[in-house]
Design a protein around this ligand. Sequence first.
Ligand code: 5GP
Length: 113
Amino acid sequence: MASIFTKIINREIPADIVYETEDIIAFNDINPQAKYHILVVPKKEISTINDIQKEDTDLIGKIYLAIKEITKELGIDKTGYRVITNCNEDGGQEVFHIHFHILGGEKIGPMRS
Ligand code: 5GP
């Protein structure tokens, strides 16, 4: 079954898309946890970090280059931001289509509070 993010990629459900290339999409999180909360998602359906294959090396590299571009565009590259990928239950993963949360635009609190 297609993940909710694949439905966004295929324009089956709406999203506030801020960046898109042939193999990556980024959009605002529906439930933002910071002033800026963007999800960067490879169009390829990789469920979790555990499912990344060697052939995905280039794609994962491109994700970080996208993050660099997006944060620069937002003007938070110098002030700073946090990138998070949750994995499975203990990591708090809810959507099983790998994604990278960008949180920024304000001071992001400690990792554990
Ligand atoms: P996870 O817990 O899997 O790391 O994060 C999933 C994220 O996806 C959550 O922050 C949640 O708010 C976001 N999310 C879930 N469904 C949708 C949706 O339909 N649209 C958007 N834009 N974000 C979503």
